[in-house]
Design a protein around this ligand. Structure first.
Ligand code: ZN
Length: 307
């Protein structure tokens, strides 16, 4: 694995590092989430930065309050919550996207006024049926963009007009990269047919509002970076001082299978019930993601030593 050049990150950021940990409350946390948290907090600590906890509950049908409670309880038990300073404005040390509707409305209105959006009546099912796929992703061929026939109605989704543009960026683990959203996904969704804000839109708007300059997340969403840079530019946000780190995911060392298909995918609470300590789980996650050579326990205050 490439060694992270902290001197270069500092140079890139120019100000205090602000990162975020953003779980979706559509299920319980597992070792994969801990691995991600190790990267987020470990790298941030090394840079004397701060971490914002954002609960990404934009999918109202799948998000559950009970999972939010469990995530917060797990983060507290593991020790991560104690690393987040409470601020005067925030009652909790985390916030939920469902409490931020106004910021998404405001930014969508702005894009619509700029004629950067259009309403779309195509269903995901139909797009899949047409088999317009691009490296496993659904590609939107611009069907409704050119028709512009759909008037505002409750079942339409909202898409962003994606022009042909290539974005170059540097990832501190993966090196130089370039992505062309118009070829990867085409006009992507900002709001879906269920009237949920999409991950791309809500997460990008939140990163701007939270002044996030250090984006650390799993490499499974590496392909989203170009389109989020595109969206930020459309929202008139400078992306010059953004640093990206896309970290590896956990695989089962025995079967080499994805974590979701392995016994290790059990929720944190079930490890806890079996007598694991927080240090045991931090050590196990660090080992599985390749940050440590053995499974020995890892204290929460030693995260920066992993890097
Ligand atoms: Zn359409």
């Amino acid at each position: 694995m490439q060694k992270i050049r902290f001197d270069l990150i500092k140079k890139k950021l120019g100000s205090q590092a602000i990162s975020r940990f953003a779980p979706s409350p559509t299920g319980q946390m597992h070792l994969g989430h801990i691995a991600s948290a190790l990267y987020v907090w470990g790298i941030s600590q090394k840079l004397n930065g701060k971490v914002i906890i954002r609960i990404e509950d934009h999918d109202r049908q799948r998000s559950k309050e009970i999972f939010i409670k469990q995530i917060i309880e797990d983060l507290k038990w593991l020790g991560f919550l104690n690393l987040v300073p409470h601020t005067r404005e925030q009652k909790h040390s985390y916030y939920k996207q469902s409490d931020c509707t106004r910021r998404y409305e405001k930014n969508l209105s702005y894009l619509t006024r700029q004629k950067e959006t259009f309403l779309c009546s195509c269903s995901r099912k139909n797009l899949l049926k047409q088999r317009i796929k691009n490296q496993g992703e659904i590609y939107y061929p611009g069907t409704c963009r050119f028709q512009r026939k759909i008037k505002d109605h409750k079942e339409a989704s909202v898409r962003l007009v994606v022009e042909d543009d290539t974005f170059e960026f540097y990832d501190f683990l993966k090196g130089h990269s370039s992505q062309t959203p118009s070829k990867q996904c085409g006009d992507f969704l900002l709001k879906d047919r269920n009237q949920n804000w999409t991950y791309q839109f809500s997460s990008t708007v939140d990163d701007i509002y939270d002044k996030i300059n250090l984006i650390i997340r799993g490499e499974d969403i590496f392909h989203c970076t170009g389109r989020q840079i595109y969206l930020m530019k459309k929202l008139k946000f400078s992306t010059e001082e953004l640093a990206f780190v896309h970290h590896p995911l956990i695989y089962d060392p025995e079967t080499k299978a994805k974590l979701s298909k392995s016994d290790l995918a059990q929720p944190i609470s079930s490890f806890r019930n079996k007598g694991y300590t927080p240090e045991d789980l931090l050590g196990l996650a660090a080992f599985l993601v390749g940050l440590k050579e053995d499974k020995t326990p890892l204290p929460i205050n030693a995260l920066e030593k992993l890097f």
